[in-house]
Design a protein around this ligand. Structure first.
Ligand code: SUG
Length: 449
């Protein structure tokens, strides 16, 4: 007789918001990013909102952890592009000749940890190790700068090679553009496990039904490569195309219009192309205990879903017996009557969802990142949890250290013109150097080597 598989503990790794958090209008197809371009930001408020969210999720009984920000402005990228001299000169030259480029290399976008990687837990893989593939984020220059540092950070945390495999980001250019877990959901019931991979366009073959107004970021070929690298056991993957109409309305990632947790999946009808066929297939594979909540466009127009982000919630399991879940949603979806009515309907239905908690992550939301964007889910066995390197698990002591650290180092107000200030760059290096010691991460950044 074989014993039942061990119950996994889902650890929520949130990206700590970086000291250059600002509104630069960088992401075509991301409505919030474009509409808030050049508004003043508050890096300090953003980072504290992130810590408040981690506290709220911890209080729900979830194991919470952190991922550090990345050094920005990324002078290494400016140097690679031919700007030379001392740090001050590199900054000054980039600021005067290509201010837009300075914005790109200054984004704190690594805060959206859902885009950091795609993960398969050890229960689902052929070699019984946890696999992580850092996302190459090739679709957008400012995000592509994250991949290598993310890999190094993940290798510092998931350091034990007998338990963890941290792969290289996918190679090449736009053909294998990968956005990480924003386009991936793991569903699990007593009857089975499905890794649902979503993609928006094809790279090698002629695609069909692709968006016209806004770009599709993830390719089908990238998702197929992820399935191979994650070393998933036979038959666990399911691939689906994002609905082009959703992308054209601003659902640049699947997690803007769909979220799943274990036996529960909530989605907008414009999340997937041929969504009905997909849901039938999921029911067939996962059985009757799979709960589905679908928002129809009549009830919740796609524009409201994109503006208020009810699907960019975290859905967390708060009790096992009987199974109970909580939706952690952004405040914006309480303020939007249709988004709120939809979430209330979900709570009222026969499914594991007990209630909704609304959180203020407005600084992140104004760049198109809700609660779900801010976290990477990593399902671990108890032994794997104990084998993490570095001090990344969020407890009262780490929380206090991080709050003090943010208050010490972060500016309260930033406008894009401040990005040229050499003092901002120095403040960032000092803060991050201190943070790596606080988190016992070792020298993960290039500037520390
Ligand atoms: O990639 N915004 C991010 C938001 C990512 C949200 N993540 C998930 N849905 N998982 C993006 O578009 C905007 C930055 C700016 O405009 O300053 C930005 O990069």
């Amino acid at each position: 007789m074989t014993s039942p598989p061990e119950r996994l503990i889902e650890v929520s790794f949130d990206g700590i918001v970086g000291p250059t958090h600002n509104f630069a209008g960088l992401s075509l197809g991301n409505v919030a990013s474009l509409s808030n371009e050049s508004a003043a930001s508050s890096p300090r408020a953003a980072a504290l909102q992130g810590l408040d969210k981690m506290r709220a999720v911890t209080d729900l009984g979830i194991t919470q952890a952190v991922l550090p920000p990345q050094p920005r402005p990324a002078l290494s990228a400016l140097r690679a592009l031919g700007f030379s001299g001392a740090d001050e000169d590199v900054l000054a030259r980039a600021a005067s000749s290509q201010p837009r480029l300075l914005r790109l290399v200054s984004s704190a976008s690594a805060m959206w940890a859902a885009n950091a990687a795609t993960v398969a837990p050890s229960t689902d893989t052929v070699d019984g190790r946890l696999h992580l593939v850092p996302a190459n984020l090739r679709h957008m220059f400012h995000r592509s700068l994250e991949a290598e540092t993310t890999r190094d950070v993940l290798r510092a945390i998931f350091a034990d090679p007998t338990r963890f495999a941290v792969h290289e980001p996918l190679p090449g250019g736009a053909h294998f553009a990968d956005e990480g877990a924003a386009n991936h959901t793991r569903l699990a019931t007593e009857e089975g496990v499905v890794h649902l991979f979503a993609w928006g366009r094809t790279a090698l073959d002629r695609g069909e039904a692709e968006p016209e107004r806004y770009p599709a970021r993830q390719t089908r070929e990238a998702s197929a490569a992820l399935e191979r690298l994650l070393s998933l056991r036979e038959g666990l993957a399911q691939h689906a195309q994002q609905d082009a109409r959703g992308i054209d309305a601003g659902a640049f990632h699947t997690d803007v219009v769909a979220v799943g947790n274990e036996s529960f999946l909530m989605l907008h009808e414009l999340a997937f192309r041929d969504g009905g066929v997909l849901l039938d297939e999921l029911r067939r594979r996962l059985g009757d205990s799979l709960s589905l909540s679908v928002a129809l466009a009549d009830e919740l127009p796609i524009e409201d879903a994109v503006a208020a982000y009810p699907f960019n919630s975290q859905v967390v399991t708060v009790r096992r017996d009987p199974l109970a879940m909580v939706i952690v949603a952004p405040l914006e979806s309480r303020e939007n009557p249709r988004a709120r009515a939809f979430l209330e309907r979900v709570v009222s239905e026969d499914n594991p969802v007990e209630r909704v908690e609304y959180l203020d992550v407005r600084q992140s939301m104004r760049n198109g990142g809700g609660p779900a964007c801010l976290r990477q889910r990593v399902p671990l066995t108890r032994a794997e949890l104990g084998a993490l390197s570095a001090r990344v698990l969020f407890d009262a002591a780490l929380e206090a250290d991080l709050r003090a650290w943010v208050t010490r180092h972060y500016r309260d107000r930033l406008v894009p013109a401040d990005l040229a200030d050499p003092a901002l760059h120095r403040e960032g290096l000092t803060a991050l150097d201190e943070l790596t010691r606080l988190l016992a991460l070792g020298p993960v950044y290039e500037f520390q080597r």
